[in-house]
Design a protein. Structure first.
Length: 302
C-alpha cells in the first residue's frame, strides 16, 4: 500500500450529464465469490466481519486499529472485480485500499486506494503501479458519483500487455507493457488480492492537514461480489495453459473504451505523475511519453 499522496484540488468538476456510454455500461456478474472460501482475515482483531453467509464483508476502523484481508489464492494475470461501498460522512484521514501485491522488497503491486474526505467533499481515487519494488506512478481521480451511497464495481485487468483500472466498467487508467524500451512491467510475480481500511491522517486528506475525527468511529467499508477470472498460481504452476484462449489475456481497449478513458481523464483526473515537472525536474519517467499521458491532468504539481 502506498503511504504517499500528491496535493490535489478539493472541489470536483461539475458536469450536467453523464455521457451515454457511461449509462450503457453493464456489468454482468457471474457466480459471486464467497469471503469464507476466498479470503483470510489477516489483521484487525475481529474488526473484519463476514456477513450474509459469506456474500459480504465489512472492514472497520477505530482509534485502536483498522482491519484487512487477503485472498487465499495467488494470481499471475487476470481480471479482478470487487464491489465496494465506501465510508460515508466525515471520512477524512481514512484510506480504503484494494489492490494486488506480491511480497518482498522487489514486490510488484497494482493499487486502488480511496482517500477519505470531509463530509460533502469528494473522495479521491489514488492509483499506483509498482514494479520490482518501485512505485511513484501515481494518478488520482474524482468520481462522477457518490461512492458512499451504494456499491460500485472496481476492477483491475492485468495481462502480459497491459494493466487497466476500471470503475463500473469505465476505464480510468492504462499502464502498458514497455519492456521493449527497458521499462519494467509486473509479469513475473504472482500476487494476492488485498483490501484494508486504515488510518493515514498524516497524508491522506489535503496532505495531512485534515485529521481523522475519532468521534465518528467506527468507520466501516463494505465489500461484496468478489470475482476473479484469473490464472491461479500454485506450487510454481499456473492454472492457465500455455495455449489458453481466455479473452482477457490479450484484451486491450477498443475505440469506445478509449473514448471513455479520455472523458474520465479530461474531466476527473486531478493528479498525474507524468505531468509533474516540479517533482521530476530532471525529466519525466520514461514511460510517460510512451504511454502518451503527459498532458492528461488538471493538477500537475505537488
Amino acid at each position: 500500500m502506498a503511504s504517499y499522496s500528491c496535493t490535489t484540488k478539493q472541489n470536483a468538476k461539475g458536469v450536467s450529464f453523464l455521457p451515454i456510454f457511461l449509462l450503457l455500461v453493464s456489468l454482468p456478474f457471474g457466480s459471486a465469490g464467497n469471503f469464507y472460501r476466498d479470503f483470510d482475515m489477516t489483521w484487525g482483531d475481529g474488526r473484519a466481519k463476514i456477513l450474509e453467509n459469506g456474500k459480504m464483508l465489512n472492514l472497520s476502523l477505530d482509534k485502536a486499529s483498522g482491519s484487512g484481508i487477503q485472498s487465499k489464492n495467488e494470481y499471475l494475470f487476470g481480471k479482478i472485480d470487487m464491489q465496494l461501498k465506501l465510508v460515508s460522512g466525515n471520512s477524512a484521514g481514512t484510506v480504503t485500499a484494494y489492490y494486488l501485491s506480491s511480497q518482498g522488497p522487489t514486490h510488484d503491486e497494482i493499487d486502488f486506494e480511496f482517500l477519505g474526505n470531509l463530509s460533502g467533499d469528494p473522495y479521491i481515487v489514488h492509483t499506483n503501479v509498482y514494479t520490482q519494488g518501485k512505485g511513484d506512478r501515481e494518478q488520482q481521480f474524482y468520481l462522477w458519483f457518490d461512492p458512499t451511497a451504494d456499491f460500485h464495481t472496481y476492477s483491475i485487468l492485468w495481462n502480459p500487455q497491459t494493466i487497466i483500472f476500471y470503475v463500473d466498467g469505465t476505464p480510468i487508467r492504462v499502464y502498458k507493457n514497455l519492456e521493449s524500451r527497458r521499462i519494467p512491467f509486473p509479469k513475473n510475480q504472482a500476487m494476492r488480492v488485498y483490501s484494508s481500511l486504515w488510518n493515514a491522517d498524516d497524508w491522506a486528506t489535503r496532505g495531512g492537514i485534515v485529521k481523522t475525527d475519532w468521534s465518528q468511529a467506527p468507520f466501516t467499508v463494505s465489500l461484496r461480489n468478489f470475482r476473479s477470472n484469473a490464472c491461479v498460481w500454485k506450487s510454481t504452476k499456473s492454472s492457465c495453459s500455455g495455449s489458453s484462449t481466455k479473452p482477457w489475456l490479450s484484451q486491450e481497449l477498443d475505440s469506445a473504451s478509449e473514448a471513455r478513458l479520455k472523458w474520465v481523464q479530461q474531466n476527473y483526473m486531478v493528479y498525474n505523475y507524468c505531468a509533474d515537472t516540479k517533482r521530476f525536474p530532471r525529466g519525466l519517467p520514461p514511460e510517460c511519453t510512451m504511454n502518451g499521458n503527459t498532458t492528461n491532468s488538471n493538477n500537475n504539481s505537488k
